[in-house]
Design a protein around this ligand. Structure first.
Ligand code: GLC
Ligand code: GLC
Length: 651
């Protein structure tokens, strides 16, 4: 959009650009800057317009973009253009992701390179390597307390070893995603060190306070993320003689985005990595980016403006790069991280579907789909050019972040139901096969979350221990069923490393003093590659899951209706234990898939007429893509065995 004030500012900035920037051919940079400048200017003005240094900060922002555009390697610039031309490229069903720790999946980055063929074997082609940047020993929060944003941690490898992985994945037409921990730094980051030593410029990078007056006011409305280990949201720094805001651990200092320097520094760091070939940036803890007295300091309007500004600037330099929003917040808030009041995504193109994840775990505990069906009503249609990451487990705990009113709407008492879920997943509930550990228990509020590996939470650990083959068999079906949903729901399925082999809880963290207080380490395993070899042994646990996933990924890739274009309709099924939806392809009405699952261990019937009505499709003559056989039908009912699912389509 053309608008005089911003245009005049742009002209002046371009006029004043340093000669070394002016000299370079910047055609695509200028056309994109022209397209986005009004938005960039307006957002920057909204956030920082009241500052005396508004203009020099804006100019600095444009310079940072220009420099990074100039530095962007030609191959990535070409990729940007190809993706601009095929702008829905990431909504295609061919993408399947895996998140992993370099030093858990492998020894380190160099060793990870050796395992790249494994990705191809399984069929995953989007690799999210969990944080690998330099962190202090011990005070690392699993890599999320970064002390140098431009340097791979020497314990993980080097920037060169990462570059080799990037190149090798790109050769295989796979994507790589990396974290940018935008919300905070380690207390050992150079900025924090300088702040502690009294440099005011760097104290302004954080929220620092001489006394408890303002911190106490903040505390009245701020929840605690790690109540057990890091109660409160502020930490006293002796050297600085000030309080500093630390929402997560006491050694993770929250960055102050009301300072435009912080914004531009972080943008520069993002460009550093996208110019090294990173396709997707996972923006960590984005809900926390803006702090305001009297609020929970989550999901504030300004946090969204900051994300929009990041996006608008990134589109100028590297429009082929995507953002993932890690915002594990209430269902109606998550969707806003794509952007509000827009047609196409304007903040992050991808967001964790924490709503679906948590609701699926509810179905595991209750063996029914009641809350899932109710909760999904809160999941509005996405914007265009936006997609979900559908996942079952990740490196974090599971929070039961659904709404109390939904729990009540399906007939449970919210407090009682939440207690039941905790009891179920910690194995305290009679008949529960799960063996998770509580995480983030807050005595004041009664909140709690769950840690544990997928297989152990579903019950495989206990049933193997008991030597109960039938039960183990059932757990395997359950694990495969859950995957069938993230593969078909619409969005990018994101597997968590180890789950493809049925890896159980790892209790070794109990013997490690640094890890002991954080039960999330129970599900951050070290892969034993000798055990992984069992994926070739018939009927082993490893083979059962691995081969099922291989096959599912293959089928997904062949099924156009599984691409993500808001092309899903939930089925209205009266059987509480069953859940389903129809996926269709607007381009070709014949391509429709009915997905139905049975969340209970006992066989269930689905009335065929009801199914036909709800799916607006006659199920007669359909084939189950999964088994490549017609589904089982008995007296006008579709029959689903315990933990069975169907992907029904016309062959
Ligand atoms: C994100 C990470 C989590 C970390 C937190 C603080 O939520 O996923 O592991 O503890 O941010 O950085
Ligand atoms: C909370 C935060 C999330 C973080 C997690 C770590 O859920 O919202 O960002 O990853 O805690 O446990």
């Amino acid at each position: 959009m053309y608008e005089q004030v911003s245009h005049a500012a742009l002209n002046q900035i371009l006029d004043e650009l340093k000669p070394e920037i002016k000299k370079v051919e910047l055609r695509f940079f200028y056309s994109r800057l022209g397209a986005n400048f009004y938005a960039i200017y307006s957002l920057f003005d909204k956030l920082y317009g009241n500052r005396k240094d508004f203009y020099p900060q804006l100019k600095n922002l444009v310079e940072v973009m220009a420099r990074n555009y100039i530095a962007r390697p030609q191959t990535y610039k070409k990729k940007d253009q190809a993706r601009e031309a095929d702008h829905n490229w990431f909504l295609h069903q061919r993408w399947v992701g895996m998140a992993l720790y370099a030093n858990g999946f492998a020894e380190d980055l160099d060793d990870l390179e050796n395992h790249i063929p494994y990705f191809t074997e399984l069929g995953v082609n989007l690799i999210h390597i969990l944080p690998i940047l330099t962190c202090p020993v011990g005070k690392s929060d699993g890599g999320y307390a970064v002390s140098d944003f431009r340097l791979v941690d020497p314990r993980m490898g080097s920037n060169e070893s990462l570059q080799r992985i990037v190149d090798s994945l790109h050769q295989r037409k796979a994507l790589i995603a990396l974290d940018v921990v935008v919300n905070h730094t380690s207390d050992e980051h150079a900025w924090a060190v300088k702040a502690s030593q009294g440099e005011e410029q760097y104290q302004d990078y954080y929220y620092t306070f001489d006394n408890r007056d303002i911190p106490d006011m903040f505390e009245q409305s701020m929840p605690e993320v790690f109540p057990e280990t890091d109660a409160g949201n502020f930490t006293w720094n002796k050297l600085m003689q000030k309080w500093v805001m630390t929402v997560f651990h006491s050694y993770q200092w929250d960055l102050n985005y009301s300072n435009p320097r912080v914004f531009t520094e972080m943008l520069d760091i993002m460009f550093f990595w996208v110019n090294r070939g990173i396709d997707i940036l996972r923006l960590d803890a984005v809900a926390f980016l803006w702090k305001k007295l009297g609020t929970a300091c989550q999901n504030e309007k300004e946090a969204h403006l900051i994300l929009q500004l990041f996006k608008d600037c990134c589109q100028v330099v590297a429009p082929g790069v995507l953002f993932i929003a890690e915002a594990i917040v209430a269902p109606t808030e998550i969707i806003k991280y794509f952007g509000e009041d827009a047609v196409a995504a304007k903040e992050c193109e991808i967001a964790y579907n924490a709503t679906f994840m948590a609701l699926l775990w509810d179905s595991v505990a209750t063996k029914n789909a009641k809350l899932l069906k109710q909760g999904l009503k809160n999941l509005p249609n996405k914007l265009e050019r936006a997609t979900w990451l559908n996942y079952l487990r990740c490196h974090d705990d599971i929070g039961f972040g659904f709404e109390d009113q939904d729990i009540a709407a399906v007939g449970y008492d919210p407090r009682g139901h939440r207690r039941f879920l905790m009891d179920y997943f910690t194995g305290e509930f009679p008949e529960s096969l799960a063996c998770g550990k509580p995480f983030g228990r807050n005595e004041k509020t009664g909140d709690a979350r769950i840690s544990g590996s997928l297989a152990s939470l579903v019950g495989l650990e206990k049933s193997l221990e008991a030597g109960d083959e039938k039960l183990s068999e059932q757990c395997l079906r359950h694990i495969i069923l859950l995957h069938s949903l993230i593969m078909s729901f619409g969005g990018i399925p994101l597997l968590y490393y180890g789950d493809e082999l049925g890896v159980l809880n790892d209790y070794s963290y109990l013997g490690d003093e640094q890890k002991l207080p954080d039960s999330r380490w129970i599900h951050r395993p070290k892969i034993d590659w000798r055990i992984a070899q069992r994926r070739r042994i018939k009927n082993s646990v490893e083979q059962s899951i691995f081969e099922a996933l291989q096959r599912m990924i293959h089928l997904r890739r062949e099924t156009n209706a599984f691409a993500d274009f808001n092309n899903r309709e939930l089925l209205d099924l009266s059987n509480e234990c069953c859940f389903g939806f129809v996926r269709y392809n607007d381009q070709n009405p014949v391509e429709k898939v009915i997905v139905v699952v049975n969340f209970s261990a006992v066989p269930q019937y689905l009335d065929l007429q009801e199914l036909a009505l709800s799916a607006r499709m006659d199920p007669a003559g359909l084939q189950d893509l999964w088994t490549d056989r017609p589904p089982v039908v008995m007296a006008d009912n579709l029959v689903l065995g315990g933990f069975q699912f169907y992907w029904l389509a016309r062959r």
